[in-house]
Design a protein around this ligand. Structure first.
Ligand SMILES: NC(=O)C1=CN([C@@H]2O[C@H](COP(=O)(O)OP(=O)(O)OC[C@H]3O[C@@H](n4cnc5c(N)ncnc54)[C@H](OP(=O)(O)O)[C@@H]3O)[C@@H](O)[C@H]2O)C=CC1
Ligand SMILES: O=C(O)C1=N[C@H](C(=O)O)C[C@H](O)C1
Length: 251
C-alpha cells in the first residue's frame, strides 16, 4: 500500500514540530514538506502533498486553506480562531472542490474530546455551568478553541433541554470578572508559565457540584488524534468539525 504524502505547516512551532516527528514515525505516512513562516506554500503542490496539517496561527490558516482546497489537497487543521464567518468561507471553497476533505479539530487529544462530550451530556442536569481554561502564556487566542467549542456544545444541550438561564445575581463587576460570555456560558482564561493546556468544566446544582477536568501535559497528547485525522480525512470529502466525528463514540 502506498504511503500517505503529508506536509506540516507551522513545522517549527510547539505543536508543529511534534507533528513533524509523529508523521516521520508513522509507518503509513511520508513527510514530504515541513513549512513554516516565509516558506513558499507552492512547495505543497511541488512535492505532491496529499494532506496538509495546519498548526500555524489564526491569522495564517485561512490563506493556507484557500491554497490547499483550490489545489485538492486535504487538510487537517488544529489552528484555532474559528468563527461562523470563517467556517462559511471554508465551506465556499470546498463547494468548488467537492472531493477535498478538511478536518478542523479544536482539540486533537482524546481526553479533551471526551471532556467536551461529558460536559455536553451533563449540562442539562445542573443549574450552573462555567468553563475555565488554563494555558501557557505564549498562546495567541483567548478563550482557547477548545473552551469556546465546549461552551457552544453546553449551550446547545441546555437550549435543547429547555434549561432556564443560569442564576447570577452579579449587579456590579470589573470588566472581565465574570469571564467571556459564549452563548450564555461564562468562559474564564488563565495564562500561566509552567502550564500547557488544561480545562475544567464546573457544574453546580442544589447541594452538589461536578467538575470535569482535562490536562494535556505534553504535545504528544495531540498526536494520535492528528494521525487519525490524516488517515480519515482522505476518504471524507467536505468539512468535518471536531475529531469526535472520527472516533465512533456511538452518539
Ligand atoms: N487542535 C489542537 O489540538 C491544538 C491546536 N493548537 C493550535 O495550533 C496553533 C499553533 O500553536 P503553537 O504550536 O503553540 O504555536 P507556535 O507559535 O509555537 O507555532 C506556530 C508556528 O507557525 C508558524 N507560522 C506562522 N504563520 C505561518 C504560515 N503562514 N505558514 C507556516 N507557518 C506559519 C509560526 O512562525 P512564527 O513563530 O515566526 O510566527 C510558528 O513557527 C494555535 O492556533 C494553537 O491554538 C495547539 C495545540 C493543540
Ligand atoms: O494553543 C494551545 O496550546 C492549544 N490550543 C488549542 C485550543 O485553543 O483549544 C488546543 C489545546 O488547548 C492547546
Amino acid at each position: 500500500m502506498s504511503k500517505l504524502r503529508v506536509a506540516v505547516l507551522g513545522a517549527k512551532g510547539r505543536i508543529g514540530s511534534e507533528a513533524v516527528r509523529a508523521v516521520e514515525a508513522a509507518e503509513d505516512m511520508v513527510l514530504v514538506a515541513a513549512l513554516d513562516r516565509d516558506d513558499k506554500i507552492e512547495t505543497l503542490t511541488e512535492t505532491d502533498a496529499q494532506v496538509a496539517i495546519d498548526l500555524t496561527h489564526p491569522d495564517a490558516v485561512l490563506d493556507n486553506l484557500a491554497y490547499t482546497t483550490t489545489h485538492g489537497i486535504h487538510a487537517v487543521v488544529g489552528t484555532t480562531g474559528w468563527t461562523d464567518e470563517r467556517i462559511a468561507q471554508v465551506q465556499d471553497w470546498l463547494a468548488k472542490s467537492p472531493a477535498t476533505g478538511i478536518l478542523i479539530a479544536p482539540n486533537f487529544s482524546i481526553g479533551a474530546v471526551l471532556t467536551m462530550q461529558f460536559a455536553q451530556q451533563a449540562a442539562r442536569f445542573f443549574e450552573s455551568v462555567e468553563v475555565i481554561e488554563l494555558h501557557h502564556p505564549n498562546k495567541a487566542d483567548a478563550p482557547s478553541g477548545t473552551a469556546h467549542r465546549t461552551a457552544q456544545l453546553i449551550a446547545a444541550a441546555r437550549e435543547k433541554a429547555g434549561c432556564a438561564p443560569q442564576p447570577d445575581a452579579t449587579s456590579t463587576a470589573l470588566d472581565g470578572a465574570r469571564g467571556a460570555d459564549v452563548d450564555g456560558v461564562p468562559v474564564h482564561s488563565v495564562r500561566l508559565r509552567g502550564l500547557l493546556a488544561h480545562q475544567e468544566v464546573l457544574l453546580g446544582g442544589e447541594g452538589e457540584t461536578l467538575t470535569i477536568r482535562h490536562d494535556s501535559l505534553h504535545h504528544k497528547s495531540f498526536m494520535p488524534g492528528i494521525l487519525l485525522g490524516v488517515r480519515r480525512v482522505v476518504d471524507t470529502p467536505g468539512l468535518t468539525f471536531g475529531l469526535e466525528n472520527f472516533l465512533d463514540l456511538g452518539n
